[in-house]
Each structure stands twice: as structure tokens, then as C-alpha cells.
Design a protein around this ligand. Structure first.
Ligand code: ASP
Length: 265
């Protein structure tokens, strides 16, 4: 690696998650930072952080995914990097790390796979399955949202990844912002953005792309975060993490477990 490369990792456990669970986002961030230090591509490092959060069990993703109104568990996940790689899955069922499936989609001829086709694709790729007894996300003390996300910088390269079980008790087939490019996430040569909260509201604001445009206009992430939180009603759960060449920031209009770390190598 060349001297003076700036490494930055931000991880979140979702708008509405318990800030006391920031130990989980910190561990995911540390593993991601170690990946970056050893030269793992930014998108794989971001996906690895999100997979760690999917395996935590306290967040609404992976083994912590909330149930739908019919008791099914359907998960959405996505990843993107500044070289234009993007992949996503929607309403995936029965796989432990949807973000890994999204990453494999990003390496295929497709950008997003949903439902039965996504399940068949994941099965054909030998992705690790998830049995009903591994699920931990049905407890009544869970917040309605709590998805997980990561944004990463390694020098001039950026990436982001997201994963969610969706909104608690939503009907089967409901898809939020997470797999929608420019809504839940966006990465480009100037930075990376990952949103969390009410997926319908986030999608209707085309949130992540518009945040990225603020970065392109030269706005600092520390100013962007409160500005973007202001786009949403206080009753609408919303949170965001942002990294650019000028800095990084995160925040939400309610509690959120999130952590950030920076290192020069
Ligand atoms: N945005 C996710 C969704 O609507 C939920 C969340 O962020 O907690 O599916």
C-alpha cells in the first residue's frame, strides 16, 4: 500500500437500535478495518462488516431478522462500490448472510434478484442456509427497524453495504429501500452513503443518491447528516452514515448503535 492512505469504516445497527449495542457495530468495524489494512477490496470489507452484524442476532438482519405478518422471514441486502459495482437481493428466504448473496449477484450478469429466483441463485452458489431455529429476531423487545449497514473508504476508493429483515410485521413481498440503488445506499468516486429507517420514506426521497450529490457539491458529512435528517418527519425513523474525502459522520432521529474508526496507513 502507498503511504498516507486514509482508511475509514462506519457501521450502524439501524435507526431505532439500542445505542448500548454499539459493541456489535464496533467489532464489525474492527474486522472491516483489519480487512482494509490487508488490502481486501472495499466492497468485500464492507460486506464482511455487514455479515458480522447479520450474525450478531441483536439487529434486524441475518439471524436477527424480524418476522413478516405471516411468520415468514424475508431479507433484503445490497452492496456497491465506487468503481460502479452493484448487487442486491430482495425477499431472500432461508440464507444466513444475504449480503454475501448480494455480493455474488454483483459479480454476475445481473444487478438484483428477488424471491424464488434469488433463493435458487443462492442455493446454486452454495450460500450458507439459515434454519428457523437459528433465528433470534422475533422477540417483542425489538424495535420495528434496526437494519444494518457499513460505509468504507480506502484512499480514493469507497464502498457500502446494507442488510435487513425489513420492517417488523410487514406483509410478505414488501421491499424497502435496502436493495434499491440510490435509495438505501450509494457509492461513487467522492464517497459512500448508507441509510436506515422507514424504507418507503427513504425510497421516495431517493435519499442516498441525493446525499451523494451533496458530497459532490463539496458539503462536509458533518453538515450533511443533520441536513438530511431534516428531510424526514420526526415520526419517521431515519438514520444515516456517510464518508467522503473530506470526512465522515453518522446520526439518526432516534437511538442508533453506530461506530466509526479512521486510520492512516
Ligand atoms: N430501511 C429498512 C427497510 O425499510 C429498515 C431499516 O433500516 O431498519 O427495509
Amino acid at each position: 500500500m502507498e503511504d498516507g492512505k486514509n482508511l475509514v469504516v462506519l457501521t450502524h445497527g439501524g435507526a431505532g437500535s439500542d445505542p448500548a449495542h454499539a459493541d456489535g457495530t464496533a467489532i464489525a468495524g474492527q474486522l472491516c478495518m483489519m480487512d482494509l489494512q490487508t488490502g481486501v477490496p472495499t466492497i468485500d470489507a464492507a460486506c464482511q462488516a455487514v455479515a458480522t452484524l447479520e450474525d450478531d442476532g441483536r439487529f434486524n438482519a441475518g439471524i436477527g431478522s424480524h418476522k413478516r405478518s405471516d411468520d415468514s422471514v424475508q431479507m433484503d441486502a445490497s452492496c456497491m462500490d465506487s468503481s460502479g459495482t452493484f448487487g442486491a437481493v430482495a425477499t431472500l428466504e432461508g440464507f444466513k448472510n444475504p449480503v454475501h448473496v448480494a455480493r455474488i449477484v454483483s459479480q454476475s450478469e445481473y444487478k438484483m434478484l428477488a424471491g424464488r429466483g434469488a433463493n435458487e441463485f443462492a442455493a446454486n452458489q452454495d450460500c450458507q442456509t439459515l434454519s428457523p431455529d437459528q433465528l433470534k429476531g422475533s422477540g417483542a423487545d425489538f424495535s420495528a427497524t434496526d437494519t444494518v449497514g457499513c460505509v468504507v473508504r480506502s484512499g480514493d476508493e469507497f464502498a457500502c453495504a446494507l442488510s435487513t429483515g425489513g420492517i417488523d410485521q410487514a406483509i410478505p413481498g414488501r421491499v424497502g429501500d435496502v436493495p434499491l440503488i440510490g435509495c438505501g445506499l450509494y457509492a461513487g468516486p467522492e464517497g459512500a452513503v448508507a441509510a436506515t429507517g422507514d424504507g418507503e420514506a427513504i425510497a421516495m426521497q431517493v435519499t442516498a443518491l441525493r446525499v451523494y450529490q451533496l458530497i459532490e457539491q463539496g458539503m462536509d458529512p458533518k453538515a450533511i447528516v443533520p441536513t438530511v435528517i431534516g428531510w424526514f418527519k420526526e415520526t419517521t425513523a431515519f438514520g444515516i452514515i456517510v464518508v467522503s474525502k473530506t470526512g465522515f459522520a453518522g446520526g439518526a432521529n432516534r437511538g442508533m448503535a453506530w461506530t466509526a474508526s479512521e486510520m492512516m496507513v
